[in-house]
Write a protein that binds this ligand. Structure first.
Ligand code: 13P
Ligand code: SF4
Length: 382
């Protein structure tokens, strides 16, 4: 009998029946399927996933793609995260491995803001104005096509923890950086490295007259061109929330992610990547008070893991990342039970030529020594 208690049909199980299952039934069957699959399957859980998914994760974190590729015995990598992460895992995986995303609707609104055709159009205009000497840098939170675009043009990928080291690498190779898709990570990092705001310009990809709207990007003194993308979660944090948090608790320390807007990062006590945020809380003494500006599932988990500290979100009634939340227990169970029956549902396959160039851009990043994180506060105040 199959794990679904139905006779095997030879076809993948449709998802339809899974949505109606009780939470308890899903949990029991997910553990059963995971045990049956053993180390043939590795489950990865990004920090922004809900607890009922993290419970099943063999690894949780941000450098999951590299970790997964290291699991030689795993034939399948079940990525509980979003589409661009699964693509990166597919680019870095071993030849015998397959990456699956339990729900294909788990995209990323930020990654969707930079489509390859718009980036190519911008590149043509920028190189026409500036000539050579522009280095494209894409944040990890982007499609494989953009990583490949960078790989093919002497560019590179960065994460939120190594953005400063990557920008330093890029400026050693060119006069200007074209940074996408997250304007905030680009601006906050460049500013922390000493680049004045006057030497940064935003590329408005939605403008009708691209050259007229983006005249500042074509100026000689512009050192970094920032794609006008943003994260729908981190853009909701405001400087007003910081003032309110401090008024309510003068001892509070405000800790935010660099995907937050510039004025929020400037007003915060500390700003840095997900790993930096986790590390700050881990190292803090009992009784510390935090208002944290990042995805709510991570903030909630930190509060559970550090009950001796007072940890809350900087924003009241904050919404979770909607696309991360597409990965729910029913989809994870559906994926695992199908795998147990020999059906690989939702495989993520980056086409070969894209994969080759994207790998080049990723390898350039991975070759950089040290993360070079320049985190506000770590640099200025700690
Ligand atoms: P990091 O986990 O790299 O800090 O990025 C945050 C994020 O938005 C992931 O989607
Ligand atoms: Fe994308 Fe922001 Fe969600 Fe991360 S938190 S997946 S950047 S929308």
């Amino acid at each position: 009998m199959s794990t679904l208690d139905l006779p095997a049909t030879g076809d993948p199980r449709p998802f339809a029946g899974y949505a109606a299952l009780t939470a308890q039934a899903i949990r029991e069957r997910t553990w059963a399927a995971k045990r049956a699959l053993g180390d043939r399957v590795v489950i990865l859980g990004h920090h922004y996933q809900r607890e009922s998914i993290i419970e099943f994760a063999d690894f949780r974190g941000v450098k999951l793609s590299q970790l997964a590729a290291g699991q030689e015995r795993a034939e399948t990598i079940v990525f509980c995260g979003v589409h661009f992460m699964a693509e990166s895992a597919d680019i870095l995986r071993r030849p015998h491995q397959t990456v699956v995303l339990p729900d294909l609707k788990a995209g990323c609104s930020m990654a969707d803001m930079a489509v390859i055709e718009d980036v190519e159009e911008a590149w043509d205009r920028l190189t026409a104005a500036h000539g050579d000497g522009i280095v494209p840098v894409t944040y990890m939170n982007s499609t494989a096509a953009l990583k490949a675009f960078c790989g093919a043009r002497g560019g590179v990928v960065c994460t939120s923890s190594n953005a400063a080291a990557v920008l330093a690498w890029a400026w050693a190779r060119g006069t200007r950086v074209f940074f996408f898709p997250d304007q905030h990570l680009g601006r906050n990092t460049a500013y922390a490295m000493g680049v004045p705001l006057a030497h940064m310009a935003e590329w408005d990809f939605r403008a009708e007259d691209l050259n007229a709207a983006n005249a500042a990007c074509l100026r000689d003194e512009t050192r970094i061109i920032l794609w006008r993308g943003f994260c729908s979660v981190h853009t909701k944090f405001t400087a007003q929330q910081i003032r309110e948090a401090r008024a309510a608790d003068p001892k509070v320390r405000v800790l935010v992610h660099p995907e937050c807007p510039f004025e929020v990062v400037q007003a915060a006590d500390l700003a840095g990547s997900t790993e930096f945020i986790i590390d700050q809380v881990r190292r803090a003494e009992a009784g510390s008070s935090w208002a944290i500006g990042t995805e709510i599932h991570l903030v909630h988990r930190l509060s559970l893991e550090h009950p001796d500290q007072h940890i809350r979100s900087l924003q009241k009634n904050v919404c979770p990342c909607a696309t991360m939340n597409r990965i729910d227990p029913a989809h994870l169970l559906w994926t695992l039970e199908n795998l147990a029956e020999g059906h690989t549902v939702n495989p993520i396959r980056v086409p070969e030529p894209v994969k080759r160039d994207a790998r080049t851009a990723l390898d350039r990043m991975l070759a950089l020594k040290g993360t070079g994180e320049i985190a506000r506060g770590a640099m200025a105040k700690d």
